[in-house]
Design a protein around this ligand. Sequence first.
Ligand code: DI6
Ligand code: FE
Length: 400
Amino acid sequence: MILSNLTLMAMTGAAPPLPDAAIVMQGDRIVWAGARTALPAEYHKGDHIDLGGRLVTPGLIDCHTHVVFGGNRATEFEMRLEGASYEDIARGGGGIMSTVTATRATSEEALIEQALPRVDAMIAEGVTLLEIKSGYGLDQETELRMLRAARAVAEHRPIRICTSFLGAHALPPEYAENADAYIDEVCIPTLQAAHAEGLVDAVDGFCENIAFDTTQIARVFDAAHALDLPIKLHAEQLSHQGGTALAAAHGALSADHLEYATEKDAKAMAAADMVAVILPGAFYTLRERQKPPVETFRAMGVPMAISTDCNPGSSPMTSLLLAMNMACTLFRMTPAEALAGVTCHAAQALGQSNAGKIATGCHADLAIWDVTHPAELAYHIGFNPLHARVFGGQLEGPGA
Ligand code: DI6
Ligand code: FE
């Protein structure tokens, strides 16, 4: 299939949009992309689809989500608006634990069924690759069920899924005051069982005063290393705990949230070639005031990804386009950085070298937009300019 008369945003470097471009796909891979005048002769005869000058970007990547969960937390939203803090609610047994209770009581089929409308909202905005975490089970049975449901999403919808095991998300009441035992008796054995079932692409944790400390997270990372699994971490979201430095020392793909990260943390991330995953939906929902050190990341060359953090508590948000807008408006990221944040840098955060750019050998996953300039993707609020998606070489939507 040959797409032509398009404006190409390949995300392979810092190049501006390339007008009058073409993309050639064979099966589910991209075989050529560039200026139409440079199209190799062998492709001149194929079936050309005229995109009328539309902007084409890589399919978007939401690299940090918790879209599989049971129930919702609208009552906690009301409580926070009355003045309760996220930490207060968590310490009172609500927060993540209230979703754990709901998720434990939800079957695999129901978890899938409840996740699909959220996934559909993401697909409608051009998302073609989605990361999904466990972490609302906190027992072996439910963690495995969440990960099976996450994998099953890719059987129900045209989307690629990467899973992350997040057993170290919160301490369940059956291990109250005994976080070390939870890590050793539940978290690590569950990780091993999930890995044996092929359910884990990466290992995550929540390093926070309401969750786990660096020593406990280090044990989870060691278990991940023993299984040869990449790692990442929710770090410095609500306070500075040293998770970012720990993640850097362990060769993590990314550190995520980072509101309380320091210049020293940014330096360690740059040296370790890590991605900073920026999650403005959680910042906004919690009415946080401390902003992630975006300028420092930029100055030190730390690649920044942007994600929805879609979850029932701190970021009940499915719009990656809105996350891009918020990253610009709230954190002063540029629209160009925002686009890199949901394409090439999000792919790097997931360790997926064949995604997030339009280049020979990459997945033929594209988003076709009714816009003329890439800045328009981050500019709108609550408006979706997607024209069509290409997933695995298949054109969807109008013109398909
Ligand atoms: N940080 C977050 O923003 C999500 N998990 C985490 O560690 C929130 C999870 C929730 O509140 O349900
Ligand atoms: Fe999260």
